[in-house]
Ligand binder design. Structure first.
Ligand SMILES: Cc1cc2nc3c(=O)[nH]c(=O)nc-3n(C[C@H](O)[C@H](O)[C@H](O)COP(=O)(O)O)c2cc1C
Length: 374
């Protein structure tokens, strides 16, 4: 029993679809800027994933755009065309080669897409409202036809992921992108069927969940993982509140989803509207955790951090720590915790396999990655 408790992060975990993870650790989705300009997987990218797939239950890839209008980053991986399937298959194979499940994050950036990456240099969103950040452009409001087509694009992206041999998809409903823009009262001011009160603003993301589930039923021959990632709150008013998110989580829990992935900067953080209160992740787990597995994430660096977090939720994603030390899970499993790096060593680029331009980009954003010789 003692042994079990100490090693619980390495216990297998069976998801509602029947898919089994070797353990409870996942690589958090992280954009790497390494794909080719046309969205094809690059060799550099394959090396990057191979280096950080070992010892985890699943790798969640960087976000992959489901259509041309949804591309949010230079060097972003695409899942918007059938011709990209062979490269995606190589990616799934590389992750499988390390004994780990492969989950493709499917995405549309909406109003956050830089104009130079999208058709007619015009980002789209639920409504023509710019994000609250310096230099943000005002997007064009999507038509009903475009919304329906985008739902279909998420379905086709799921089909491509299945054909490429992925074990699952994660619907990216977090971090201010299109699905969140429809759920948010800030970016969604629509008065048609896609806007309105908190339940009406869920219609678009829930329609995407249904479309993804249809693709799974039509194309998958073995258990296929479907997850949903969300950001629980927005700081501005109007903006998503935790109460909105608890309602939304209940609706998501009624679907055939395998997990709910809560995107937080810091795993234990309280609500931004209730300083010092119960952690957001605890409130979500208490609300829906009996109906759907919850993944937690955010500034978890050490074995103790993860063990403590696993007292709240059954599954943990690690992001930046897996950039700093891609052997994190292997070292913890083998009892070599004293050898884990928790700051990025500037000499280690080759060893940790972070090719350019990712290396320069992540190190140049102040405070993004803890750095050793800085
Ligand atoms: C370089 C980088 C790229 C990221 N790209 C994505 C992404 O493509 N999709 C996503 O949902 N989150 C993305 N995130 C957020 C992470 O998945 C994660 O939630 C966040 O880094 C907090 O976890 P951590 O403290 O373990 O890194 C990214 C984070 C980093 C550092």
């Amino acid at each position: 029993m003692l042994w079990k408790r100490r090693n619980s992060m390495f216990e297998p975990y069976t998801l509602p679809s029947g898919a089994e993870l070797n353990n409870r650790l996942l690589l958090a989705p992280m954009t790497n800027f390494l794909s080719e300009d046309d969205g094809r997987v690059s060799d550099k990218e394959l090396n990057y994933y191979k280096r950080r797939s070992k010892g985890l239950g699943a790798v969640i890839t960087a976000c992959a755009n489901v259509n041309a209008q949804g591309k949010g980053f230079d060097g972003e991986i695409g899942v918007d065309r059938d011709e990209l399937i062979p490269g995606l298959k190589q990616l799934a194979d590389v992750i499988h080669g390390e004994g780990t499940k492969a989950i493709l994050q499917i995405y549309h950036g909406g109003r956050m897409c830089p104009p130079h990456l999208v058709p007619e240099e015009t980002p789209v969103s639920a409504s023509a409202v710019a994000a609250e950040r310096e230099g943000a452009v005002t997007p064009r409001e999507m038509t009903d036809d475009e919304i329906v087509q985008t739902i279909e694009d998420f379905k086709q992206a799921t089909r491509r992921a299945i054909e490429a041999g992925f074990d699952g998809v994660e619907i990216h409903g977090a971090n201010t992108y299109l699905l969140q823009q429809f759920f948010s009262p800030h970016s969604n001011r629509r008065t048609d069927r896609w806007g309105g009160d908190v339940f009406e603003r869920m219609r678009f993301p829930l329609a995407i969940v249904d479309a993804v589930e249809e693709a799974v039923q039509e194309h998958a021959s073995s258990p296929f993982i479907t997850g949903y990632r969300l950001s629980p709150e927005e700081p501005h008013t109007p903006g998503i509140t935790l109460d909105d998110t608890l309602k939304f989580s209940n609706e998501l829990a009624k679907k055939e989803l395998d997990y709910l992935h809560i995107s937080l900067r810091t795993f234990h953080q309280p609500s931004i509207r209730e300083e010092g209160g119960t952690s957001v992740i605890r409130q979500i787990q208490d609300e829906v955790g009996n109906h759907i597995p919850v993944i937690g994430v955010g500034a978890l660096m050490t074995k103790e951090d993860v063990e403590q977090a696993l007292q709240t939720v059954p599954l943990i994603a690690l992001g930046r720590e897996m950039l700093i030390d891609p052997d994190w899970a292997v070292k913890v499993k083998e009892g070599q915790t004293d050898q884990i790096a928790i700051e990025m060593d500037h000499e280690s680029q080759e060893e940790v396999m972070i090719p350019e331009p990712m290396w320069t980009r992540i190190l140049s954003v102040p405070g993004w990655i803890p750095q050793k010789n800085k």
